[in-house]
Design a protein around this ligand. Structure first.
Ligand code: NAD
Length: 392
């Protein structure tokens, strides 16, 4: 098939297998050019097919030399229809890992379900014995609970409604958007989906199955950001879920013997999940411009490589006064934030290219789905029914 992008708002309904493979290969090459990390040897990554989870898996495997099990929720392609980019990313990851003799297996299914938990525990028991690192990197829109009901997360404020600038990713224009407050029920559902309930469930089940090594580490990812995004994010419904996630980290460390849990507060980046949030993508595109000019811009792979090499597997786990790992340290530097705020105040549709890295943002968005990648022939016929080695 000759695959072209079909972008619908903040999602692309097609993905390019060769582009996704090139994307994964570039991340592997980046990691292999860095000094090796004396870190995890056996890791489980939940949400490992895209964004921060994929980059974590690549860094664990190709820098630490770890055996990895990934949990993904993706669609395989056929000759008539492309698969999801997470599927192609995982196929490429396993191909390159296996070529270097690294153990890599993947479970494709809903990470919230008991069936997937049972399957993963069985796999660890049979193949690895115990894991020493669990990364929980889910960004899910909904969760089906054990009683069969489904709850959805919302991206809304709490308290009153909030108006600020946003970017329309369809035509790259800047306009005002008003975000309505979430109801108490919507907030509770968002916490159920994106809070820590499922994370601690995973940890407790892995512990009682005897598949966690002594002094195992577990990490989940969060975001704080500057005040302009707070009503939408930090103080919004998603922020409530992230507060629950942070509380859960403390609860895991206190209640599950021999396990240390941390929240890593990561940088704002273009991923499938973050593109869906109003206001934040406009902030991110300005941040890209400012951090690129300052020479401090990082993508998912640079963030995750620095996380493991410097913050997690250095002399000790490096945290702030609240016990959080701050991978947003460069983003939150006062001089970066001052410049972002100055541009935020003056940005409009007319000066958008001057105030923000719109082309960089768009390019990274396309790259999530395997498009806009140098060296990929987008006119060539490609096999869209690629298989993942470990999934038969
Ligand atoms: P992403 O959309 O790139 O990746 C999410 C992953 O979760 C995908 O692999 C997806 O397949 C998987 N997933 C979703 N639902 C699933 C399910 N039910 N079962 C199994 N897998 C499932 O998202 P991301 O931006 O990398 O987000 C990962 C984490 O990082 C989230 O907790 C997010 O809040 C956090 N974070 C993101 C940013 C950012 O700017 N992107 C910043 C800081 C923190």
């Amino acid at each position: 098939m000759i695959v072209k992008p079909k972008i619908r708002g903040f999602i692309c309904t097609t993905s390019h297998p060769a582009g996704c493979e090139a994307n994964v290969k570039a991340q592997i090459d980046y990691v292999k050019a860095q000094p090796k990390i004396n870190g995890t040897k056996k890791a489980l990554i939940i949400g490992s097919s895209m964004g921060y989870g994929l980059a974590s898996r690549i860094s664990a495997a190709f820098s630490c030399g770890a055996a990895t099990i990934g949990v993904i929720f993706d669609k395989q392609g056929s000759d008539a229809k492309t698969g999801s980019s997470g599927w192609y990313n995982t196929a490429a990851f396993e191909k390159y890992a296996h070529a270097e003799g690294l153990y890599a297996k993947t479970v494709n299914g809903d990470a919230f379900s008991q069936g997937v938990k049972d399957e993963v525990i069985e796999l660890i028991k049979n193949d690895l014995g115990k894991i020493d690192l669990l990364i929980y990197s889910l960004a899910a829109p909904r969760r089906t609970l054990s009683d069969g009901t489904t709850v959805s997360s919302v991206l809304k404020t709490t308290g009153g409604s909030y108006t600020n600038k946003t970017i329309d990713l369809k035509n790259m224009t800047v306009s005002d958007v008003t975000i309505d407050p979430a109801t108490e029920e919507e907030i509770a559902s968002t916490v159920k989906v994106m809070g820590g309930e499922d994370w601690i469930d995973w940890v407790k089940q892995l512990k009682s199955a005897g598949v966690l090594a002594d002094n195992a580490l577990t990490l989940a990812y969060s975001y704080i950001g500057p005040e302009i995004t707070h009503p939408m994010y930090y103080d919004g419904s998603i922020g409530r879920a992230k507060a629950h996630l942070a509380m859960t980290a403390k609860q895991i460390t206190a209640d599950v013997e021999g396990v240390n849990a941390y929240i890593s507060v990561n940088k704002a980046l273009v991923t499938q999940a973050s593109s869906a949030i109003p206001i934040v993508p406009l902030y991110t595109s300005i941040l890209y411009k400012v951090m690129k000019e300052a020479g401090t811009h990082e993508g998912c792979i640079e963030q995750m490589q620095r996380l493991l090499s410097q913050k997690v597997y250095g002399e000790r786990v490096e945290t702030d006064g609240e016990g959080l790992i701050r991978m947003d340290d460069w983003e939150m530097r006062p001089e970066i934030q001052a410049k972002v705020l100055e541009l935020w105040e003056k940005i409009s549709t007319e000066n958008i290219d001057e105030c923000a890295d719109i082309s960089g943002y768009q390019r990274e968005f396309n790259q999530i789905f395997g498009f806009d990648i140098d060296g990929v022939d987008y006119e060539a016929d490609v096999n869209t029914s690629v298989g993942i080695d470990s999934i038969k």
